[in-house]
Design a protein around this ligand. Sequence first.
Ligand code: NAD
Ligand code: TDX
Length: 333
Amino acid sequence: MQQRILVTGGAGFIGCNFVRHLLDRTDAAVTVLDKLTYAASPAALEGLPPDRFRLVVGDVADAPVVDPLVAVHDAVVHFAAESHNDNSLRDPTPFVHTNLVGTFTVLEAARKADVRLHHVSTDEVYGDLALDDPRRFTEDSPYRPSSPYSASKAGSDHLVRAWVRSFGVRATISTCSNSYGPWQHVEKFIPRQITNVLTGDRPKVYGTGAHVRDWIHVGDHSAAVLAILERGRVGETYLIGADGERSNVEVVRLILRLMGRDEDDFDLVSDRAGHDLRYAIDASRLREELGWLPEHGDFEAGLERTIAWYADHQDWWRPGKAAIEAAYAAKGK
Ligand code: NAD
Ligand code: TDX
């Protein structure tokens, strides 16, 4: 029987890539519930088959909208969130609303209707690692979030775990590392630097640029979420990562080289408050239990395609770019 899947936050970066993945790889009927905040890209959902796809505009914290919608689906994949650390330092309010109250609302709806739920979270809930620490994050790493964003995501994970244990909600959680690829908002690191080069500005790297992120292509993140939805064990958390550790300076130099610029043509700017030093993922459980493997593991090739995508989609990102840069400049970034 055709599965009916509700994707919250499906107009955002990872959500819209996941929706396309789902439509391509399964015969599911997909509903997106999205508030269409500044971070949403309705353009990313244009042209999807109307017999298998629909968009509902609404807030995940609005129970009268969420409850009846969840009740007519077989599963919910919950991406909706406020997602940018820098914004959470300026104003944490929407992070508490969407990430905590929104997840609570989705959980209550899933509980009442007994609907399977996958909750999308982040490796940032585990805090950070020293640059020379031989360890990586595992599913047993303690929760140690640093920013209002990661604290709100950690809190949402705890709600999900409690609803599994106390109410038997059929939920799984994934904690993924930094994703990159098409449709990522230009406020984020990789799109910001690519679009800076395209607008003739210099890339901006926080602090010393020694900070390390564990990059994964959004297509691999989507495939992992689908594997967990289909085959994951209820109550489990799965780390998603593709062995992509690189320092921010390394990434910026690579972008500059791939775009034909001098590799030193970037600025070091003021650091982020509480800036996590390093994330690193051990995705053994996902690989061994569910047989997931990254298909886009070649970071340089993925970055090259992403640069080409941003060069080809200037109508999409150019209108918002100047305001984002002005907001960064006002903070010395
Ligand atoms: P994004 O900011 O690009 O998109 C978020 C989407 O959620 C937007 O379409 C927005 O309109 C929607 N939204 C926000 N508040 C809402 C609300 N109250 N009700 C309904 N919709 C709302 O985020 P993203 O980068 O695609 O991240 C998606 C999820 O993946 C988040 O839960 C995030 O924590 C997680 N995650 C992201 C990354 C990453 O590298 N981007 C890595 C790991 C995990
Ligand atoms: O202009 C910049 N210069 C810079 O050096 C920006 C925007 C960022 N940075 C640094 C901060 C981080 O060390 O680059 C790194 C990546 O920054 P972001 O793109 O803001 O991502 P991060 O804070 O690591 O969080 C991301 O990955 C985990 C997503 O935004 C989260 O939603 C996800 O949970």
